[in-house]
Design a protein. Structure first.
Length: 299
């Protein structure tokens, strides 16, 4: 059986323990993503009973965080499919998130104590990151530092903890893999924020250029704000439904100031930092490939 299928089977087994059919029905409705965290874990720790359990735990935590995030963001789609809050209700999305999340923690409590510590600690960071993300939409944020702290917590911390935990399972140098995971996570979120501007609705599975409308000043916008002449005009477009002319203005300014290209460069540089942490490890080729596949794509 293909390894990601094994992870899905393991998640199903973990949910069957609840003996509540609706939980399995909801699990069936979840659109599966790229399973980046699982790919990373098995590349580091190999395929075995413990590593598959770790993958399932991390994917369940990730899915739970998205179920809550879709309620917070009032999202109607997830990965191109209707979200659980849209298909059922906000209540169902939150409660199913709680089931996934608590089942994951019960299983985590049975694992190595250091793994349990790092994974559970990263969930606090996820929650802080989500709160920061929401709070940063209150007013135009022009601080790159705030943005970086927020994306570290919201996205990179669970990837960092996953890579570290996989290294613990495989008796490898956990600091090197933690650093790889952290920088991979930062680059991943930056690229996600760049794709919001460069891709169309069909490719994204959600409306394009939505971040700025939703109050999110992501890395390309931070660079743009720093460089654009008419800062007040840019600010006047913040959290506004934009017409064609306004969207075009933003895109043209992104090109003219090199804000977009430099944001792509920054994401790639952080990707290279990730590669640098594990370059002397024996399984580094595949980890380098994961990173390369992420940063060498069409923007
Ligand atoms: C998606 O961000 C959201 C996250 C990566 C983290 C969300 C975390 C929580 C809700 C807290 C943790 C909660 C539990 C139950 C474990 P986004 O909105 O920028 O991305 P999107 O476009 O994919 O929605
Ligand atoms: Mg969201």
């Amino acid at each position: 059986m293909e390894v990601l299928e094994k992870v899905k089977e393991q998640i199903k087994k973990f949910i069957e323990v609840c003996a509540y059919p609706k939980a399995l029905e909801l699990l069936d409705q979840l659109a599966t993503g790229k399973m980046l965290r699982s790919k990373l874990i098995v590349k580091i720790a190999g395929v075995n009973e413990e590593s598959i359990k770790l993958c399932a735990i991390v994917e369940m935590i990730h899915a739970a965080s998205l179920l809550h995030d879709d309620v917070i963001d009032e999202a109607v789609t997830r990965r191109g499919k209707p979200s659980i809050n849209a298909l059922y209700s906000d209540k169902t999305s939150i409660m199913f998130g709680d089931i996934l999340y608590s089942r994951a923690f019960t299983e985590l409590s049975q694992m190595d104590k250091n793994i349990a510590y790092h994974i559970s600690n990263s969930v606090t960071k996820l929650s802080i990151g989500e709160m920061m993300d929401v709070d940063l939409t209150d007013a135009f944020n022009s601080s790159y530092e705030n943005y970086l702290i927020m994306i570290y917590n919201k996205t990179a911390s669970l990837i960092e903890a996953s890579a570290r935990s996989a290294a613990i399972l495989a008796n490898l140098d956990e600091e090197k893999y933690a650093s790889y995971g952290k920088n991979l996570g930062l680059a991943f979120q930056m690229i996600d924020d760049i794709l919001d501007i460069t891709q169309d609705e069909k490719t994204l599975g959600k409306p394009a250029m939505l971040d700025f409308v939703e109050g999110k000043v992501t890395i390309p916008y931070l660079y743009l704000y720093d460089r654009v002449e008419d800062k007040e005009y840019l600010k006047s477009l913040y959290k506004k439904e934009l017409d064609e002319k306004e969207l075009t203005w933003i895109k043209v300014q992104m090109q003219n100031t090199n804000a977009l290209d430099d944001a792509i460069k920054e994401a790639k540089n952080i990707g290279l930092l990730a590669i640098d942490s594990i370059k002397d490890e024996k399984n580094s080729i595949e980890l380098v490939n994961i990173m390369k596949a992420m940063i060498e794509r069409d923007f």
